[in-house]
Design a protein around this ligand. Structure first.
Ligand code: FES
Length: 366
């Protein structure tokens, strides 16, 4: 006698398939219909007929929502009050960032309070009767619509929304305040506003100036050597990659370099076509931004015979004898020129910053 012989018959009239007997014809032993398991029986709760127990549950639910509100306020306080570099030692974890711990714990408690409050409310006060809604055509008839309204109203009544204003207010407060950490993180993590950082370079400031006044003009320095360049160093055919004097002493030298890089060449003065270009240089020595006006690659290829500057990224080509106008490629505007002169010791210096923003043409620059 096999163990399958002992299996009980299903109430539907079907029996389990005995695979030890080989292939099975027909339905494969599946019942034609599955029994409806029905709804679990209602479990009597104290609050169902004891008003004092119901009020106790109400206070417990409200307490959980209040806990959520306090945790949310704690999140906001921790966000501003705790130094982002401070640490704390936790058992099993070791030394870790105190701000992250505080934000995680308070945010977790905030969510937990709302979740536990909602579950406790549902389990102790809301009706646990299941309501079945039959399928119907998409647009319900008026009777069904009224029925839906009645069901919703009944649901509201059974949730005791009107009778428990304390829960409604505290839930509203908990959910409303919960939006605060999300907004705080979004706004607080965006970083500082760029102000006019994208449209100015270090060339527009002077060495040793205070409150925008005084100081002396910045020298043109070789990149990467960091040595000053005399006018006499720039012979015909030579090319210098240039950065402003003092760039390594700035707060963000790399940010400054990507905006202030300049290329310096000497042209035969007779070949310079624009009078302004001639005036902004000296003895045929001219300086132009090295940042491509297409999408910002360094324009580092200089063709000595044609005096063309080539950007290696998308082949934009600029004519140095014609004020660095674009003669080929996707760039839409010339490279900005840096106005230079010579100081009393013979070094090249910048008279002022670029007259227009350097780098990619976008929005109003185009
Ligand atoms: S970045 Fe120079 S051509 Fe595209």
């Amino acid at each position: 006698m096999s163990e399958h012989d002992n299996l009980p018959e299903r109430s539907s009239g079907s029996s389990p398939v005995d695979l030890s007997k080989g292939h099975v014809e027909g339905t494969g032993g599946l019942p034609a219909r599955f029994e409806n398991p029905g709804l679990p029986a209602h479990v009597h709760r104290h609050g169902d007929d004891d008003d004092a127990a119901a009020r106790r549950s109400e206070r417990q639910v409200a307490g959980l929502f209040v806990l959520s509100m306090l945790a949310t306020v704690g999140f906001a306080v921790a966000y501003f009050a705790i130094d982002k570099n401070s640490t704390v030692t936790l058992p099993l974890v070791g030394v870790t960032n105190a701000l992250h711990v505080a934000l995680g714990v308070t945010l977790g408690l905030s969510l937990l309070g709302i979740g536990l409050g909602a579950v406790h409310w549902a389990k102790t006060l809301m009706s646990d009767e299941e309501i079945v809604e039959e399928r119907h055509v998409l647009r319900s008839d008026d009777g069904a619509r009224q029925g839906a309204i009645d069901v919703l109203t009944e649901g509201g009544e059974s949730a005791q929304i009107r009778r428990r204003p304390l829960i409604v207010y505290t839930l509203g407060g908990a959910l409303g305040l919960f939006a605060v950490p999300l907004g705080l993180q979004l706004v607080g993590s965006l970083g500082p506003l760029p102000k006019n950082d994208l449209s100015t370079t270090l060339w527009s400031t002077r060495i040793g100036q205070r409150d925008g006044k005084g100081g002396r003009k910045r020298k043109l320095m070789r990149d990467p050597e960091g040595t000053a360049i005399r006018l006499t160093d720039v012979t015909l055919g030579s090319v210098f990659h240039v950065l402003p004097e003092g760039i390594n002493e700035t707060e963000h030298p790399l940010n400054e370099k990507v905006k202030a890089s300049v290329i310096l060449v000497r042209l035969e003065e007779s070949k310079i076509r624009s009078q302004r270009q001639r005036d902004w240089g000296i003895d045929g020595v001219v300086a132009y931004s090295k940042i491509c006006t297409h999408v910002g690659c360094p324009v580092g290829l200089y063709e000595q015979q044609t005096h063309h500057l080539l950007c290696p990224c998308h082949q934009s080509t600029f004519d140095m004898t014609d004020d660095c106008k674009v003669i080929f490629g996707p760039a839409k505007r010339p490279l900005p020129q840096l106005k230079i002169s010579v100081d009393t010791e013979g070094y090249l210096v910048a008279d002022q910053g670029f007259a227009e923003p350097v780098g990619p043409s976008f929005w109003e620059r185009g």
